[in-house]
Design a protein around this ligand. Structure first.
Ligand code: PLP
Length: 221
C-alpha cells in the first residue's frame, strides 16, 4: 500500500493538509519523510510522542490523533500543534488548564463517531454540539474543526455515506456556531485506505500512515 510521497502529494488538492502518521516508526524514518518537505506528523500515543519529539527538528508540527487520557495532557501541552481526538468535556477542561499554564491557546478538533463499528471513543452529533456550546467559555482552547474515522471496510458506498454525513454535520455546525469565523475550518477525515473517498467528500485534512511509511512493525518501537 506504500506509495511514493510524490504520487501521494499529486493526488491531494490545494488547500488540503497532509498529516504523516508516524506511530510505530522510528525517528530515522520520520527524518526521511521530513527531508522530503513534510512538517506535520501525527502520533496516537503520548508516551511515544514525548520520546520522539525532543529527538526531532523543532519546526515539526505534532498532531495527537489517538485517545488522550486527561492525566497525560500536561506532557504534550507545551508543544502540541493540534489535538484531534477531543471526546469529552473533562478532557477539554484539562487541555484548557494546561494550555493556560503554558501561556498558549491549543487548537483542538472534536472527534466525532461516524463508523458502524463499536468503539469507546468519539462523540455523536448531539454530544459534539453540546461540547461546542460548553467550550465557548474556555479561553485557552480553540475548536478548529472535526475529526472522524470511517468503518474499516471495502464497502465504498458505506465509507462514502459516513464521510458525507460528517461533512454535512460539519457544515451545519459551521453555519450555526461559527457564523463569520474562519477559524472553524478543519475537517480531518481520510486514512491510507480511504483518503481518496474522503477527498471526494470534502475532507480538508488527511492522516496518512501506511501509504507513506509502509506497514507498521509493532515490535520496532
Ligand atoms: C493510525 C491512524 C491513522 C493512519 O492510518 P493508516 O491506515 O496507516 O494511514 C489515521 N488516523 C488515526 C486516528 C490513526 O490512529
Amino acid at each position: 500500500m506504500k506509495e511514493s510521497l510524490e504520487t501521494l502529494l499529486a493526488k491531494i488538492p490545494m488547500g488540503v493538509e497532509l498529516i504523516a502518521v508516524s506511530k510505530n516508526h522510528s525517528p530515522e524514518e520520520i527524518m526521511d519523510v521530513y527531508e522530503q518537505g513534510i512538517r506535520d506528523f501525527g502520533e496516537n500515543k503520548v508516551q511515544e510522542l514525548i520520546v520522539k519529539q525532543p529527538l526531532l527538528p523543532p519546526d515539526i508540527r505534532w498532531h495527537l490523533i489517538g485517545h488522550l487520557q486527561t492525566n497525560k495532557v500536561k506532557y504534550i501541552a507545551p508543544f502540541v500543534h493540534l489535538i484531534q481526538s477531543v471526546d469529552s468535556l473533562k478532557l477539554l477542561l484539562e487541555i484548557d488548564k494546561q494550555a493556560k499554564k503554558n501561556n498558549r491557546i491549543i487548537d483542538c478538533l472534536l472527534q466525532v463517531y461516524i463508523a458502524e463499528e463499536e468503539t469507546k471513543y468519539g462523540l455523536d452529533f448531539t454530544e459534539a454540539t453540546q461540547l461546542l456550546e460548553q467550550s465557548v467559555a474556555l479561553r485557552n482552547v480553540k475548536i478548529r474543526g472535526l475529526m472522524g474515522m470511517a468503518t474499516f471496510t471495502d464497502n465504498i458506498d458505506q465509507i462514502t455515506h459516513e464521510f458525507r454525513n460528517l461533512k454535512s454535520f460539519f457544515e451545519r455546525v459551521r453555519e450555526q456556531y461559527f457564523d463569520d469565523e474562519p477559524s472553524f475550518s478543519i475537517l480531518s477525515m481520510g486514512m491510507s485506505g480511504d483518503y481518496e473517498i474522503a477527498l471526494k467528500e470534502g475532507s480538508s485534512m488527511i492522516r496518512i500512515g501506511t501509504a507513506i511509511f509502509g506497514e507498521r512493525n509493532y515490535k520496532k518501537m
